[in-house]
Structures are given as structure tokens and as C-alpha cells.
Write a protein that binds this ligand. Structure first.
Ligand code: SF4
Ligand code: SF4
Length: 253
């Protein structure tokens, strides 16, 4: 019941929030309606995230963020067609994509706060690691990876580009909230970490700095490229070429 009304509240917020529209770009809409999933806080995969080959030992489990954690609400915000379309050319990221990534994350933070507020109004306790002062990104890894959370919540699997491929594709952003309520979870509709990737290799040719190869993505090259983009576009930075003009842009290939 809570999840159904939560879905409606998220849908209304996405439709009506002024933060989902960019004033400077002719009221460009950033996000389409999100996908929402739930992971159990006791799922054995949380411990697996600490493996250095997955995320790393600093990745915290839901109970390390919130001792009474029972569930994690995870969602995928897909970019609108206009933003995806603007970024399909090769080379530098489009202006629309840069705004979508930067202003879109402000919307994402407000959505996290909205979900926390709804849970607290119903007597629960909730928190979003991305808004917590303990949240850090060191050595190209964070202590809470929204993509890995979404994988555990059944929203999608990884691609060669290390984007998460959801039923609505890869072009978008993720968010999550940890709650001390037991919410209904569904079995993950996949077995392997990369089930939804067709291995077509189209993302390899899309990367402007050659960070993607047949064996995966070199995070360091990607980060250096993004740093260069930041220098040119402060405070905005983004790329997303490997998420656009590829078969997994807006669907599972
Ligand atoms: S473009 Fe092809 S190889 Fe790359 S992540 Fe998407 S489906 Fe996988
Ligand atoms: S975000 Fe850009 S630089 Fe990074 S892997 Fe994708 S295409 Fe390459």
C-alpha cells in the first residue's frame, strides 16, 4: 500500500516540481517518470559490495548507515528524449546534458528528501546516504554506489560501459533511501551482473577518451576526462556519450 502511494507521490513530484524544468533552456524538462524498486536490507549482496572487485571495502551496508534498516527504496530517473537526443553527436557533451546532469541532481536530492519526509510523516525513520555527511567519494569509489543499490533492488544489470541497463535504458541517474520498514521486495529478474548487455560494443566507439574496451571501463580515464569537462564548464560536468546513441540508451537491447 505504501509503495503504491509512494509511486504516485514520486510521479506527481516528477510531473510538477519546478526543479524538473530548466529556466535558462526554455523550461526544458529533465526527467521522465522514474522506475522504483526495493531491496531488502539483509540481502547477502550487500556484503559482496565490499569486495575490491565489486565496489570496495569502504562501501557501507544499509545497516551501517541506519542500524534499524529493513529496506532500501531505489529508483532510476530516465532523461527525457530531448536531453538524450541532444547528446547523440560525438564529441563534447551537449549543453542540455550538462544541465540535466547538474540541475537534475538537485531535483534528485529533493526527491530523496521528499521520500524521507513521506516516511517520517508515517512514523518511520529514513535516510539517504547521498545526503549524509558520512557520504564520501575516494579513489574513484564512493561508500554508497546508487547503481549497485539499483542492481540489488532488481532495477537492472551492468553494461560494458558500466552503466546500469534498466528496462528504460541507461541514460539517467539513480537515487535511494534507506528505511526502517519492511517493504515488499520482488525476486531480481536476472542472474548475472551483466545479463542485459548484448556486448554489441557500440559504447566503445562512443567514448571520446577511449576509456571503454572489450574488457570494460577504465574509471581513471573516464574521471580525468570528466575533470577536463568540469574545467571548461564549471560548475557543470558530465559526458554520457556511452549512454546515448547506443542500443541500451532507452531500453534493454
Ligand atoms: S552499448 Fe552495447 S556493449 Fe555497450 S553497454 Fe550497451 S549493450 Fe552493452
Ligand atoms: S562517461 Fe564519457 S568518458 Fe566516461 S566512459 Fe562514458 S563515454 Fe567515456
Amino acid at each position: 500500500m505504501f509503495l503504491r502511494t509512494l509511486g504516485e507521490d514520486i510521479a506527481n513530484f516528477t510531473k510538477n516540481s519546478s526543479q524538473n524544468f530548466v529556466d535558462e533552456l526554455n523550461m526544458l524538462q529533465i526527467w521522465d517518470q522514474p522506475l522504483v524498486g526495493v531491496a531488502g536490507a539483509s540481502d547477502p549482496l550487500w556484503e559482496k559490495m565490499k569486495d575490491p572487485h565489486v565496489v570496495g571495502p569502504d562501501h557501507l551496508t544499509p545497516k551501517e548507515w541506519l542500524p534499524d534498516a529493513k529496506s532500501v527504496i531505489s529508483y532510476f530517473l530516465p532523461f527525457t528524449e530531448h536531453i538524450r537526443n541532444s547528446n547523440r553527436l560525438h564529441g563534447k557533451p551537449s549543453t542540455e546534458w550538462l544541465y540535466g546532469r547538474y540541475e537534475g541532481e538537485m531535483f534528485n536530492n529533493s526527491l530523496r528528501r521528499l521520500i524521507i519526509g513521506l516516511i517520517e510523516a508515517d512514523g518511520g525513520t529514513a535516510m539517504a546516504p547521498a545526503l549524509d555527511k558520512r557520504f564520501v567519494i575516494t579513489d574513484l569509489q564512493s561508500n554508497w554506489s546508487e547503481r549497485h543499490v539499483a542492481f540489488i533492488a532488481g532495477l537492472g544489470t551492468f553494461g560494458l560501459s558500466r552503466s546500469l541497463i534498466t528496462p528504460l535504458g541507461t541514460a539517467g541517474r539513480f537515487g535511494s533511501v534507506i528505511v526502517d520498514w519492511e517493504l515488499e521486495t520482488k525476486p531480481r529478474p536476472y542472474k548475472e551482473f551483466d545479463d542485459y548487455c548484448s556486448k554489441c560494443g557500440k559504447c566503445i566507439g562512443r567514448c571520446p577518451c577511449g576509456a571503454i574496451t572489450e574488457s570494460g571501463k577504465d574509471n581513471e580515464s573516464c574521471s580525468q576526462y570528466l575533470f577536463n569537462i568540469l574545467e571548461l564548464n564549471k560548475p557543470r560536468y558530465a559526458c554520457g556519450k556511452c549512454q546515448t546513441a547506443v542500443p541500451c540508451e532507452y531500453k534493454m537491447p
